[in-house]
Design a protein around this ligand. Structure first.
Ligand code: G3I
Length: 320
């Protein structure tokens, strides 16, 4: 049985891929997943590194891979404070930056309109380190607090039939959750076309617990938006823990399986509001967590191991 078969009556099961893993992890991707997200290839700096230079080749190759294998592709992401080239903000006043934002969304949106089934229009715009609600970014500083509204409106004009998401991390933290809730609520009240909230779900084997997960799902769903878990992985370490291990202990492996199971149980319970659950990677040999928050520290956050074999966590979510 495969992941996508197991969950076909509930939601799609997705994986983050990149130009490399669509070859090295091809078999697993095709077998188990019915949605994929590009790790970096559809970000602003990858697609449009210079004002007069578009480099769509890598993203095009992934879009072709998706099509050839009958897998849907998520769009990630139009407007983000990170991985946006400097030229975008250079000498820009509000009007110029809005026109660059609009051009980017129109150009990329149209190019992939038959390839992408949804888009993260804005990524990680909410502040989580201070009491501020919006993160300080060049988008916000130059355009103003309503920069997201423009992004969603431009995206809807270009892609009227594509579900548009606001995507963020630490989205289950009660303080940040309320900020995300209030910003999306305000946008909905202003008639801004936000169709969904992307919950990234970068968690670890200890936290957050399912109560926080359920509270976040219920709070966001009460806005009448769709939900996706967009970047799930389950680190073997608490965020502050910089321990290095050669291999995870049996206890850690079991805790991870338990966490995945608890979460997937809740996802199933709430499947009527959840459209997709995406893992941020395919197997433990290729994960951003091997470089974050500790460079070159091995982590094992996914459902398949370094040899692409099924892990305890895989069995745990296939087994009920
Ligand atoms: O392309 C350069 C390469 O030329 C250079 O030699 C190398 C040296 O460090 O860096 C390469 O760039 C790296 C880039 O990934 C492409 O591989 C960056 O250093 C590295 O920081 C960047 O990391 C990506 C990260 O987003 C950037 O914020 C991760 O691969 C990617 O998994 C991660 O994905 C994000 C989601 O988009 C949003 N949510 C959080 C998630 C995890 O951070």
């Amino acid at each position: 049985m495969t992941l996508k078969e197991k969950y076909k009556d509930y939601f799609r099961v997705g994986a983050e891929v990149n130009l490399h893993t669509i070859n090295t992890h091809k078999e697993l991707i095709i077998k188990h997943f019915d949605s994929i997200t590009c790790e970096n290839e559809t970000k602003f700096e990858s697609l449009c590194p210079l004002p007069d230079k578009d480099t769509f080749e890598s993203a095009d190759a992934i879009a072709t891979f998706a099509k050839e294998n009958g897998i849907l592709l998520r769009g990630h992401t139009f407007v983000w404070h990170n991985q946006t080239p400097e030229w975008v903000f250079k000498d820009a006043d509000k009007e110029l930056l809005l026109s660059r934002m609009k051009n980017h969304i129109q150009k990329v949106g149209k190019h992939y309109q038959d390839s992408m089934y949804c888009w993260d229009v804005v990524n990680e715009a909410i502040e989580d380190k201070t009491d501020l609600v919006l993160r300080d970014s060049q988008w916000r500083r130059i355009i103003g607090d309503d920069f997201m509204e423009y992004a969603f409106r431009y995206a809807k004009e270009t892609l009227p039939n594509t579900p548009l998401y606001y995507n963020d991390y630490n989205e289950m933290n009660p303080v940040k959750r309320e900020k995300i809730y209030s910003i999306v609520k305000q946008m909905k009240e202003n008639g801004v076309p936000v169709d969904g909230i992307g919950m990234q779900c970068h968690i670890n084997i200890y936290e957050p617990g399912v109560d926080e997960l359920k509270a976040a799902i219920e709070r966001y769903a009460s806005l009448g938006v769709r939900l996706q878990f967009t970047e799930m992985d389950v680190s073997m370490f608490r965020f502050e823990d910089h321990t290095v291990l050669n291999a995870p202990s049996k206890e850690l492996i079991q805790l991870q399986a338990k966490k995945y199971k608890e979460y997937f149980k809740v996802f199933r319970e709430y499947h009527d509001v959840i459209d997709c659950v995406t893992l941020w990677g395919v197997a433990d040999d290729a994960t951003w967590l091997s470089n974050f928050p500790v460079r070159n520290r091995k982590n094992w956050p996914l459902l398949f191991d370094d040899n692409h074999e099924e892990k305890e966590a895989f069995y745990a979510i296939m087994d009920f």
